[in-house]
Design a protein around this ligand. Structure first.
Ligand SMILES: [Zn+2]
Length: 286
């Protein structure tokens, strides 16, 4: 067993989902033999409610949050943001990252899950979890089998003035889309990323949400057995490794559909790049 979940610069829901699934396979049902964290708030709670000795019940993803649930109603929530990663090792195998980058560690029956540079970690009781502000604010999770399309449309409609590209990234509207899928989904839907939500019809929004779910689900399925990274992600279904994405990262290059150059523009406070084909995605109102 040797799996690494180093995230691309802007993590996508499918990556977190796969990391959670691999950790679940490796850890669920095992009893924790060692628990460490460099975060005082985490260790303080672990002193009152020891993690060692509890059984790991599940590892799951909620949006971009990764939750490890222990018996007795204790949950470790982590958020990987830009630089965090979870690695799985057999006990005794040399880590691929320096020990000083370890932020949290859960060891159980010969397996070590090590969170490197994980910037957000907290231990929660089931009660804390139920009223957790960030988690309860999350929009419907695109990878959740119980996904509610009507709720997704309602939340989309609540951000009428936002550009559709921004609304797709807002985890309070829909949980799971990062920067790569944002550009790809809008290309597949033929929508200009800068169109205000107000200018879209309900059927545009429903179609967009449908494409988003399909793309995330397809990428979880096809890569569930592989090491995670942005490299394997594909939205084109092309077998050519150079043609995995329609527009993301292809600024100035010819569109695979129409041949016009792909545009790229920095948007938002963190100047993330949006990629789109003005010809294929010019059909909607600006
Ligand atoms: Zn085009």
């Amino acid at each position: 067993m040797f799996e690494i979940y180093q995230l691309p610069p802007v993590p996508e829901g499918d990556t977190i989902y796969r990391a959670a699934a691999a950790m679940h396979r490796a850890l669920a049902g095992r009893v924790v033999t060692r628990f460490e964290s460099v975060y005082p708030a985490v260790t303080r709670i672990a002193e009152d409610r020891p993690v060692v000795g509890r059984t790991i019940e599940s590892v799951s993803a909620r949006g971009k949050h990764l939750l490890i649930t222990f018996s007795g109603g204790l949950v470790l929530r982590t958020h990987l943001r830009m630089n965090g990663s979870w690695h799985l090792y057999k006990t005794g195998v040399r880590w691929q990252r320096p020990a000083r980058d370890m932020r949290v560690l859960v060891a159980a029956d010969g397996v070590e899950a090590v969170g490197f540079n994980v910037p957000v970690a907290e231990l929660l009781t089931a009660r804390d979890l139920a009223r957790h502000a960030q988690l309860s604010a999350l929009g419907p999770d695109l990878l959740d089998p119980a996904f509610d399309p009507a709720e997704a449309t309602r939340r989309m409609r609540a951000s009428q003035r936002a550009a559709i590209g921004e609304a797709l990234l807002n985890q309070r509207v829909l949980a799971g889309i990062g920067n790569v899928f944002k550009s790809e989904i809008l290309f597949l839907a033929g929508l200009d990323p800068f169109t205000p939500v107000a200018a879209l019809s309900d059927s545009d929004i429903e179609r967009l949400v449908g494409i988003a779910r399909e793309q995330l689900a397809a990428n979880v399925m096809t890569r569930s057995q592989t090491l995670s990274s942005a490299i394997g992600r594909t939205t084109t279904r092309s077998l050519d490794p150079n043609k995995r994405l329609w527009v993301y990262g292809r600024g100035g290059k010819p569109c695979y559909r129409c041949g016009d150059p792909i545009e790229a523009r920095k948007t938002g406070l963190d100047a993330r790049l949006t990629y789109w084909c003005p010809r294929c995605q010019g059909g909607s109102a600006r």
